[in-house]
Design a protein around this ligand. Structure first.
Ligand code: SF4
Length: 216
């Protein structure tokens, strides 16, 4: 598909009907279905194994992801990589992406500070996430934080209530919700290790399930 052939300009507009991740990625570059494309550098599409057993869904690209055009390459991504390794989940088993594909921020001096996407933006971007997941066909969708959970479940959910549970879902066998690594980076330093350990504990449940050592 050529880039000029497709431009999504409204939240209700469909995304291309294709199983091809490269075609989806290419089409998403031109998306203008919500206002977030206006100030961000570029669309940040998912990446990883095209036949991953787990699709990891975060919130949105951060500052570094926006500049590099790749998901989870900033500080939260580094923490996620470390936690996945601690949980013995191999990179070949995962595809990482975000609920929202453009960086939302406010400028404070020279810094660009993350802003949480709203429901309109999450819903506008949901078709891209659905298409990515339909292409990869994972066994499990791992939602990091409330924005990812809201997009995947199509409703607002409290993380505390649903955390670390296997929930059946039409897009995969199960959805599993845990915290976002950036939330761990935001807690006071004295609490950070405890929150990181809790995150790893959640991921270890997923790892054990993938190895057939833990029932859902
Ligand atoms: S955030 Fe999503 S829906 Fe909005 S313009 Fe970007 S790709 Fe399109």
């Amino acid at each position: 598909m050529s880039r000029a052939a497709f431009a999504r300009t409204s939240p209700d507009a469909p995304v291309p009907q294709t199983d091809s991740l490269p075609s989806l990625r290419d089409a998403a570059r031109n998306c203008q279905a919500c206002d977030l494309f206006r100030r961000a550098t570029q669309t940040v599409f998912g990446e990883g194994s095209e036949h991953a057993r787990v699709v990891v869904v975060g919130e949105q690209p951060g500052d570094q992801e926006d500049r590099q055009g790749r998901p989870f390459v900033g500080p939260a991504g580094k923490l996620l990589t470390r936690a996945l390794a601690a949980a013995e989940i191999h990179p070949s088993e995962i595809f990482v992406t975000n609920a929202v594909k453009h960086f939302k921020f406010e400028e404070r001096g020279k810094r660009r500070i993350h802003q949480k996407p709203n429901t309109t933006e999450i819903n506008a971007c949901r078709p891209w996430l659905a298409a990515e997941i339909a292409s990869v066909k994972p066994e499990l969708i791992l939602c990091l934080g409330s924005t990812a959970a809201q997009s995947v479940l199509s409703r607002k959910v409290g993380i505390g209530e649903h955390r670390a549970k296997f929930m059946p879902h039409p897009w995969a066998k199960y959805v599993f919700i845990t915290t976002h690594p950036s939330a761990i980076l935001r807690v006071p330093p004295e609490d950070r290790e405890r929150e990181y350990d809790r995150f790893v504990r959640d991921l270890k449940i997923v790892g054990a399930w993938l190895r057939g050592e833990h029932a859902a």
